[in-house]
Design a binder for this molecule. Structure first.
Ligand SMILES: Cc1cc2nc3c(=O)[nH]c(=O)nc-3n(C[C@H](O)[C@H](O)[C@H](O)COP(=O)(O)OP(=O)(O)OC[C@H]3O[C@@H](n4cnc5c(N)ncnc54)[C@H](O)[C@@H]3O)c2cc1C
Length: 478
């Protein structure tokens, strides 16, 4: 019998597990995919929003600003790359300046720190490549950029080190209320838990309906992106938004923590919540909108396209609360969910306590995580690392300068990857200009060697994404 079962290991389930694992609780996290961060968390704008967008007085507004304030210390503590570069909402007309002022007023009401309204000339000083027609902007210095999947992974790894059990490839198919606990049916057997946390992202509506009458419907909404080569990163120094509209925050142009430039997203309703393909129309829309902000963008320097699905609902609010006895929803977590995640996690602990969960603090819980990133070391530090382990001197991914030692560390980490993209999310192999064209086969060999499995078993990403299909030659063993 577990004390708490968490359904879903995106950033919300992972952050909840991180907070809950600070207490003497038996926790199980049930995740249908073969890794953490495989849903909305892996394909988004990666912005830690300042918090001027949500309507004042909403839970979303409160958790956004609180989550933003928590991010920097958490990232330092968990070795997650984060940079507080600030954001600008650009206005292209006096009419849009009214929206900018409205956002400023909202931001003040929400408690966003240090915002300023800037006039065109000042904005161009900060952003020399923006459209000359910009008449002003809202500047929010507290906005930042992050690796979303690593944030979730860091939360989940720390929870696992505190004893939480992560069950990957485990899809929840039904939940039954029993006497004093829930029996959770999955494709991998049943799990019993006294409390259940629904953090199933675009599937959170289905999980809610397993125990309660529907109170919201997930309306999946796709956002598509360009990821640009590092040579384009000089086009923007801050996160550059346009004025928001009914479809969301609009198309942005922003640096990434990895030194690339991200451009997108559009917003399109889709019927299939897993449909993360790119479309010609979506990409054309993103290009046209982005060129309005930064006319010098060169889309020939695009290195990847991707898409993510928003867990929108009919409500302009996160669906967080007690859905049934001892069962809480952290559901319909659309943007700014990534930003709000650590605050949502604290709120979840309070909700569970309100349900009667006993939370006795664990003695000396793990709250930190270290990750050696060789390219960030000074030369003497590199020499010392290589002296300790020569694999830190063998570069596998030349675009991103990732060594074999870092890949091996990731494979033996508390949540080992089983795919090339799993390694990529942990250490950045294949994130560069060649997108794994050169390092992919070598990472595959290292994965097979370290996991002591056949190379045919190594996946590109999710279940079934095999890379090698069969042997073409007989191997001669020594
Ligand atoms: C295009 C786009 C842009 C965005 N930009 C930003 C941004 O810049 N800043 C920001 O703050 N937020 C942003 N967001 C929102 C943010 O990405 C989400 O709020 C956040 O990732 C939600 O996390 P989650 O854990 O709720 O969902 P997910 O990451 O989707 O996690 C849910 C998990 O549940 C699992 N699951 C589902 N069903 C089951 C089941 N039956 N059994 C077991 N497991 C199951 C899934 O596999 C998944 O791993 C954006 C979202 C999108 C789509």
């Amino acid at each position: 019998m577990y004390d708490v079962a968490i359904v879903g290991c995106g950033v919300i389930g992972a952050a909840a597990a991180f907070e809950l694992s600070k207490y003497e609780l038996n926790i199980v996290i049930l995740e249908k995919e073969n890794d953490v961060s495989m849903g909305e968390t892996r394909a988004n704008s990666a912005i830690i929003h300042a918090g001027y967008d949500p309507r004042p007085g909403t839970l979303m507004a409160k958790l956004n600003v609180q989550g933003n304030a928590m991010t920097e210390a958490l990232c330092r503590q968990l070795s997650v790359p984060f940079s507080r570069i600030g954001s600008l909402v650009l206005a292209f007309s006096q009419d849009e300046m009214k929206t900018v002022w409205d956002l400023y007023t909202r931001g003040l009401a929400n408690g966003v720190p240090d915002m300023e309204i800037l006039w065109g000339e000042k904005v161009r000083e900060l952003e020399p490549e923006i459209n000359g027609q910009v008449v002003g902007a809202l500047y929010a210095p507290s906005a930042g950029i992050i690796y979303p999947w690593e944030y979730a992974l860091a939360f989940a790894e720390t929870a696992v080190r505190n004893g939480a059990e992560l069950r990957l490839n485990t899809s929840v198919t039904g939940i039954e209320k029993r006497d004093g606990f829930y029996r959770i049916h999955t494709n991998n057997g049943d799990y019993d838990a006294r409390y259940v946390v629904n953090a199933a992202g675009v599937h959170s509506g289905e999980i809610h309906s397993m125990v309660a009458e529907p109170t919201f419907t997930i309306r999946p909404n796709r956002g598509e992106y360009y990821l640009m080569d590092k040579c384009e990163v000089t086009r923007a120094n801050h996160v550059l938004f346009q004025c928001p509209n009914e479809d969301g925050k609009g198309v942005l142009v922003a640096p990434t923590v990895g030194g690339n430039l991200i451009v997108g997203p559009n917003a399109e309703s889709v019927s299939d919540p897993e449909r993360v393909n790119n479309t010609a129309a979506g990409m054309a829309f993103v290009r046209t909108k982005a060129l309005k902000s930064v006319p010098t963008l060169n889309f020939r320097n695009s290195i990847r396209n991707f898409a993510g699905i928003r867990a929108n609902t009919e409500h302009d609010e996160f669906q967080i609360g007690v859905a049934a006895e001892n069962f809480i929803d952290l559901a319909g977590i659309k943007s700014p969910g990534l930003t709000s995640a650590p605050a949502i996690a604290l709120y979840a602990v309070e909700l569970l306590r309100g349900c009667g969960m006993r939370a006795v603090p664990r003695e000396n819980p793990v709250t930190t995580r270290e990750r050696l990133c060789v390219r960030m070391l000074s030369d003497p530090q590199k020499n010392e690392a290589i002296r300790r382990n020569p694999l830190y001197g063998r570069v596998i991914c030349r675009c991103e300068t990732v060594t074999e030692g870092e890949i091996v560390d990731a494979i033996h980490s508390p949540i080992p990857p089983c795919s090339l993209d799993g390694v990529k999310r942990r250490v950045g192999t294949g994130m560069g200009r060649c997108q794994g064209g050169f390092c992919g086969p070598r990472v595959l060999e290292i994965l097979a060697r370290e996991l002591r499995t056949d190379r045919l078993n190594i996946l590109q990403d999710g279940a079934g994404s095999h890379i090698l299909m069969s042997r073409t030659k007989r191997e001669v063993s020594e």
